[in-house]
Ligand binder design. Sequence first.
Ligand code: NAD
Ligand code: AKB
Length: 311
Amino acid sequence: MPSTLVTGAAGQIGSELTPRLRERHDRRSVVGSDLHEECDVSGPYESVDVTDRQQLRQVIREYNVDTVFHLAAILSATGEKRPDAAYRVNFDGLRNVLELGRELGLEKVIVPSSIAVFGPDTPPEPAESTILSPTTLYGISKVMTELMADYYGRRYDLDIRGVRLPGIISHGTLPGGGTTDYAVEAFYGAVRQGEYKYFVRPDTKLPMMYMPDAIDALVSVASSDLSDLQHQCEYNVGALSFTPRELTAEIRNHLPEFEPTYEPDERQAIADSWPDTVDDTAARRDWGWDPEYGFAAMVSDMIDNVASDLR
Ligand code: NAD
Ligand code: AKB
C-alpha cells in the first residue's frame, strides 16, 4: 500500500499535521521524519536528514511513499543567523525531494511557501502574481520553491502544491525560529509570568493564522483536484491580521494583569518588509479556502490550551 512521508515532522506544523494525516488516512501509513533519532509521533518514524538524498531515497523506497509533505526548513530569523544551514536545508533539501519525485515517480509533493516571499517592493494586500522582493535567505528559498514547483510541473509533470502560510499560532510545539514567533511566545509569557518582551514594535501588523486552519489549508490544497488548481505553491491564504498592541488588548480581556514590554531587534526589519494582509481570492475560488478561527476565538482557545499545557 502506498504511504505518505512528512519531513520536518517534529516541528511546529509537522507535529500537528502528522497525527491529522494519520486520522484521515486510517488505512494508509503516514511516516514522520525529522533529524532526531526518535520522535514523539504516534506511528512510523524515521530519522532522515533531507540534505542527504540517499537517506531520503531509502525511506521513500522502503515505505513505498507516493506523497511527500515537505516541511523541513530553516525559518526566517534562524536563516539570517545560520545562512549555510538555511541554504543546505531550504535549497538543497528541496532539490533532493523534487529530484526524487522525478526519479521515483512520486504522485504528489506538498511544500508550504510563506508570506516571506514578499518584500518591501510588494504592493499592499498582494495577490499571487505580484512583485516578490524578499530580503531574507528564507524568503528567497520560498520564491525558489514556488518557481521550482512550476518548473518541475511543466518539465517533468510532477504534481507539487502548497500555500503561502502566514505566521502560525499554536500551542504544543513551539515555533522554530521565525519572525512571527512573538505571536505565540506572548501567550506563554502572559499565562506563565504575566509579562512578555515583544521583539517588534507595538504597531507591527502581520498576517497570522491559527494552527487548525493552517492544517486545513494544507490538507485541502493537497486533496483538491489538480484541474481546479490555477497555482502550484503560490496560493495566498488570509485568516487573521493584528499588531502586538491588539494582541495584548485581547489577551488582557482574559488575563488583565498581562504587562508586556517592547524591545525591537533585527527581526523588526524582516517584519517591516512583509505586507499586513494578503488577497486570498484565488484559494477561496479554486479550493474553497474559508478559515474557521477569528481573532477573539483564536486568543480564547490559545489561552485555555496554553494554561492547560502548563498545568
Ligand atoms: P519548524 O522550524 O518548527 O520545523 C521544521 C522542522 O524541520 C524541525 O523539526 C527541524 O528539526 C526539521 N529540520 C531542520 N533541518 C532538517 C534537515 N536537514 N532534515 C530534516 N529535518 C530538518 O518549522 P514549521 O513552522 O513547522 O514549518 C514547516 C514548514 O512550514 C516550513 O516549510 C516553513 O517554511 C513553513 N511555514 C511555516 C510558518 C510558521 O509560522 N510556522 C509560516 C509559513 C511557512
Ligand atoms: C517566519 O516568521 O519565518 C515564519 C513564516 C511567516 O514563514 N513564521
